[in-house]
Design a protein around this ligand. Structure first.
Ligand code: SME
Length: 158
């Protein structure tokens, strides 16, 4: 397996995702270790988009616990319903936050974060974790990110 990613720099998010997704698929194909795959997905997304923070929280008992990520150090544990991550877990739905200061209960792991997207990770009908991405820019994330990030997490064998 070649470990170097081809990173295209273009204004189009769609083109960036369309270039990245087959590479992520190749990276994790044949590997069934969840930690390894989440680590490589985090690294690939960070390299392509250079967001402030991107990574995973995994459900352990009654909390989300920090998993593989790229970016500044982050909060270790998040309770059900708390912050954007805990709410996405509770509602089993993707949340796009255009301005984190306007999201009641947002947990500021980094004061530089301005906008965020959190997608639930399912095993069957059960949420077993979340993918969280944070940007230093307002309104960074939209429906396009939701669609393509969902495609990426659907590649993970759970
Ligand atoms: N902002 C998140 C916490 C996780 S960090 O952003 C990495 C939240 O409100 O749940």
């Amino acid at each position: 397996m070649a470990e170097d990613l081809i990173i295209i720099k273009t204004e189009s998010k769609e083109e960036q995702y369309q270039s990245l997704i087959p590479q992520i698929e190749a990276l994790i194909r044949g590997e069934d270790d969840l930690t390894a795959n989440l680590a490589n997905i985090s690294a690939a997304l960070k390299e392509q988009f250079d967001w402030l923070w991107v990574g995973f929280y995994l459900v352990k008992e009654d909390e989300l616990v920090l998993g593989p990520f790229q970016g500044p150090v982050a909060c270790t544990r998040i309770k059900l319903g708390k912050g954007v991550c805990g709410k996405a877990w509770q509602d089993a739905e993707t949340i796009i936050v255009e301005d984190v200061d306007k999201f009641p209960g947002h947990i500021a792991c980094s004061s530089a974060s301005r906008s965020e997207i959190v997608l639930p990770l399912f095993s069957g009908d059960v949420v077993i974790g979340v993918l969280d991405a944070d940007s230093a820019d307002l309104s960074q994330f939209d429906e396009t990110d939701k669609v393509y990030l969902n495609q990426i997490i659907n590649l993970i064998q759970l």
